[in-house]
Structure formats: C-alpha cells, structure tokens
Design a protein around this ligand. Structure first.
Ligand SMILES: O=C(CO)[C@H](O)[C@H](O)COP(=O)(O)O
Length: 205
C-alpha cells in the first residue's frame, strides 16, 4: 500500500520543504489543484526535477479539454493526471489516449459520484485507476468513510482513497486494502509532518 502526500493550500516553498521532510516516508507526491492554479505547470516541472525518484500526480481535476490538459500534465513530468468522473465520456477517452501516448496514467476522481452505472461505464471505457474521494468542503459532514468502498464492489480497479484521512481513521481504511492512501492536511498541517507520515507509513506497511 502506497502513501501519497497531497500538497494543497501551500506555497511553493512549503511544498518543497514538506516533501524534503517526508521524502523517506511517502511513495507519491500529489501536486494539489490549488497549487497548480497558483503556480501553473511550472510547479509540477519543479517537483519532477527536485524529486526525480518519486512518482508524481498532477491533481489537474480535468473536466473538459481533456487532451490538452493531459498533455500539459505529462509534458510537465507528471506520472499520473486526474480527471473528474462526471466528465463526458469523450474527455475520459481523450485523456486515456494521451496517457497511452506518454506511457503514463489517468486517475479518475469519483468525487460526488454515487452511481454504480457510472462506475460500470468508466470501467468499460478502460479506466483502471480511481479515487474514492470526500472533498474538502464536504468534510464538514464527515471525513472519508470505509462505506465508500461498496461503490467499487464487483469491479477490478486500482483504488486510491482521499478525504481528511488521519491517524485515527487510517487503521479501518487499511483493513479495506486500498492500493494507495492519499493524505493531505493530516501531514501538511501537523506540527511534525515527518513524524505523522512515518506513523502512517508504519500503519500501511
Ligand atoms: O484532492 C484533494 C482535495 O480536493 C486533496 O488532495 C485530498 O482530499 C487529500 O487532502 P486531505 O487529506 O486534506 O483531505
């Protein structure tokens, strides 16, 4: 099980500093949507250059112009780009095609998707990597809960999970055996990010 560190609502300097501190504990660096909006693709290129050994996710949250945005992410050095599950099928197809060209991957963000019919469609379109995700704003009602795994029952996806995951909620999530656990605030806002990342890594290993 991988630990993916999500860099959200941080300055460029903070992103670099937190990754340096947690480098030995994390498997994947996620450059957050807001960080990309602030700094553009340059921040993805910079993380690629500074951390050449790490897998990088550009959390583009693409919902249209899929081909263009996927090319942007992959050209900047991302290994994975994110696309919203509610996007048109053409957007999904175009981003999957772009990923194939670069030998990279697309992660479909299932934020606010609750229908198994849509999951089936995505599967049939060739999607193989999805993210069960409770958004930042929705977390006011509760963080990621393991009930969400039922949406994917019967399908063979690589699964990531995200949404306010912390040291208290992680043990139950680990029982469900996702491929990757995405953690943002619980690490980036901690007094000691390295210590929290290290405890999390132990729990998932
Ligand atoms: O994609 C995101 C927000 O849309 C975040 O990266 C993801 O939810 C993880 O961050 P946190 O642990 O703070 O919720």
């Amino acid at each position: 099980m991988n630990l993916q560190l999500a860099l959200d609502r941080l300055t460029r300097e903070e992103c670099i500093q937190i990754v340096k501190e947690t480098e030995n504990e994390i498997d994947i660096i996620e450059v957050g949507t807001g960080v990309i909006k602030e700094y553009g693709m340059a921040i993805v290129r910079e993380m690629r250059d500074r951390f050449p050994e790490k897998k990088i996710v550009a959390d583009m949250k693409t919902c249209d112009a899929g081909k263009h945005e996927a090319h942007q992410a992959f050209k900047a050095g991302a290994d994975i780009t994110t696309v919203m599950a509610f996007s048109s099928n053409q957007t999904i197809i175009d981003t999957l095609d772009a990923a194939k060209q670069y030998g990279k991957r697309v992660m479909i963000d299932l934020l606010e998707v609750h229908s198994k019919d849509r999951i089936k469609e995505l599967y049939e379109l060739g999607v193989d990597l999805v993210s069960l995700h409770v958004g930042k704003d929705k977390q006011i009602e509760g963080n990621f809960h393991t009930d969400l795994f039922s949406l994917l029952e019967g399908f063979d996806f690589e699964v990531t999970v995200a949404g306010g995951i912390n040291l208290e909620t992680l043990p139950d999530i680990v029982q469900k055996n996702p491929d990757t656990v995405i953690v943002g605030s619980a690490i980036t806002k901690a007094l000691n990010p390295q210590q929290v990342a290290s405890e999390m890594k132990k729990l998932i290993s």
